[in-house]
Design a protein around this ligand. Structure first.
Ligand code: GLN
Length: 196
């Protein structure tokens, strides 16, 4: 059985665990870098990216996370997690993990649109997917190797590059598990190849 970890330093952790388990995987709240050895894929949850980055450094997660990604293990960054995986941030000199060739703008939808729900066409999902956005970022620009999965008003809100998946929205806050299912498929594929 697959084990999906959720980085448990800050943010929307419990909701992700619930959904992962509803889809038949084991969920593990990852609070120490050593736990990365026991998971097949990792979710970086929504929350506050600056705070999460501080905690990543404080608990010695930075290098282990890069290594986890170098091993081609799937990582799914949602909302603040999308900010963490970007290799460029439009309003800051320093990026965080730099795992995806995208430039991300934080809090990109402005105050009036602090949080909202929108029906999105998502590549790989047949009928519109209702996505919840909370002080969400979006991808301003993406390299050619990045596969765009969804856009909202012309802005990229979901994308994939190799082992990295990112969404500006919060899939754990809706009953629709189809987006998480896309990640679980990536984890299944990667677990297959590492088992060979
Ligand atoms: N605005 C937050 C950030 O940039 C993300 C918000 C969220 O994860 N819901 O860290």
């Amino acid at each position: 059985n697959l084990t999906i970890g959720v980085l448990g330093l800050q943010g929307a952790v419990a909701e992700h665990i619930k959904q992962v388990e509803a889809l038949g995987c084991n969920g593990l709240i990852v609070k120490r870098p050593e736990q990365l050895a026991f998971i097949d894929g990792l979710i970086l949850p929504g929350g506050e990216s600056t705070t999460m980055r501080k905690l990543i450094d404080r608990y010695g997660f930075f290098e282990p996370l890069i290594e986890f990604s170098n091993e081609k293990k799937p990582i799914f960054g949602t909302c603040a997690g999308m900010v963490l995986v970007a290799n460029k941030l439009s309003e800051s000199k320093e990026a965080h993990l730099g795992l995806m060739n995208v430039c991300v703008k934080r809090n990109a939808f402005g105050r009036q649109r602090d949080s909202f729900e929108a029906a999105l066409e998502v590549k790989g999902i047949e009928t519109p997917y209702s996505a919840v956005f909370i002080r969400a970022p979006y991808i301003e620009s993406a390299g050619e190797e990045v596969e765009i999965l969804a856009q909202y008003n012309g802005n990229i809100v979901a994308a994939k590059q190799g082992n990295i998946l990112a969404s500006a929205f919060h899939p754990e806050l809706t009953a629709d598990t189809r987006f998480l299912q896309l990640f679980i498929e990536m984890v299944k594929e990667s677990a297959k190849t590492t088992a060979l």
